[in-house]
Design a protein around this ligand. Structure first.
Ligand SMILES: Nc1ncnc2c1ncn2[C@@H]1O[C@H](COP(=O)(O)OP(=O)(O)OP(=O)(O)O)[C@@H](O)[C@H]1O
Length: 306
């Protein structure tokens, strides 16, 4: 469980984090989303005792990080700054971390296996790809078997297969009852597979809600359809009450399920060349609209909560 109350961090005249208040529950994946510079890393650093709040509190299991008796057993973190020494092997890096935190060295083999890095553990980190470094960082975060995991932009450097692996991995960790927070500046990378969203913009909380609610707020997914008869299909779909935009020969359709759309087209003898959900795209658009820079500060009452 994470509790953040009125958390604020100023750097001179820059307000990096502005009166943030939220809780993060265990057992689900929470995406911490915001554009570059929104204050995500600063918030995570304060949760980890690496930066001092100007005001407010950030607690893990009821305590400030500095007061945790065994921090690595309480919180695992992946931050850019925790880069391993390039001349060490992945295994040695983890052994060194384990030894300096009184964690039995047999745990090293376990976490290497968990992140699928056993085969490369004997290689020096300088030869690792970005994706392998991220896996090593995640292995380090898991060393103390912590109930809370904070991962800052863990998809950096991962290819699409690596991102898919990470999504499944995070879900499994949450299913074990852990509190999993993963930050990203892109909605699509983790937000779409998270259970809960925390969205920040210019240091302030813009949304704190289940993903399902965010999706519902956007009117459900849009469908993308291609047909040799776009005008005619648009006409029959509009007659059912669906919203249709015609763009470059393709149709973007809202307010109708895929199956029903297929049935309507078949009934009118209109062939479909393509029919797919365009959900990711419209949600990324909604995320960008929500976090769009505004010339004046938004009033605090605008925080969207369930
Ligand atoms: N040590 C620092 N000194 C001065 N300003 C800082 C410092 N750290 C962060 N900032 C400023 O605070 C704001 C928030 O930065 P932060 O790194 O927390 O954002 P972020 O959401 O993590 O962004 P990104 O997605 O780019 O990592 C930015 O304006 C940044 O320039």
């Amino acid at each position: 469980m994470i509790e953040v109350r009125s958390l604020t961090r100023r750097y001179g005249s820059v307000v990096a984090v502005d009166e943030l208040t939220f809780d993060v529950a265990p057992g689900v994946v929470t995406a911490f989303l915001g554009r570059n510079g929104a204050g995500k890393s600063t918030t995570l650093r304060m949760l980890l005792g690496l930066d001092r709040p100007t005001g407010g509190t950030a607690r893990v299991d009821g305590r400030a990080y500095a007061d945790l008796p065994a921090p690595l057993h309480a919180v695992g973190a992946l931050l850019d700054s925790s880069a391993p020494h390039p001349g060490r092997t992945g295994r040695d890096h983890l052994r060194w971390l384990a030894a300096s935190n009184r964690i039995p060295s047999r745990r090293v083999a376990d976490v290497l296996r968990l992140v699928d890095l056993s085969a490369d553990a004997g290689r020096r980190v300088r030869g690792y790809s970005l994706g392998m470094r991220q896996r090593l960082g995640i292995a380090a975060a898991l060393l103390g078997d912590p109930p809370v995991l904070l991962l800052d932009e863990p998809t950096n450097g991962l290819d699409p297969e690596g991102i898919r692996w990470l999504r499944g991995f995070l879900r499994d960790l949450a299913a074990e009852g852990r509190t999993v927070v993963v930050s990203s500046h892109l909605m699509g990378e983790v937000g779409l597979t998270a259970d809960h969203l925390l969205v920040v913009g210019r240091g302030r909380l813009l949304a704190d809600m289940p993903l399902a609610e965010f999706v519902a707020g956007q009117g459900g997914p849009r469908l993308r359809v291609r047909t040799p008869e776009p005008e005619r299909l648009a006409g029959v779909l509009r007659a059912t009450g669906a919203e249709v935009d015609l763009a470059g020969g393709a149709l973007a359709v809202g307010g109708i399920a895929e199956r029903r759309l297929g049935e309507v087209a078949a009934r009118h003898g209109i062939p479909l060349l393509e029919l797919r959900r365009d959900g990711a795209r419209s949600l990324e658009d909604a995320f960008l609209a929500l976090t769009a820079p505004v010339p004046t500060a938004a009033p605090r009452e605008e925080v969207a909560r369930p």
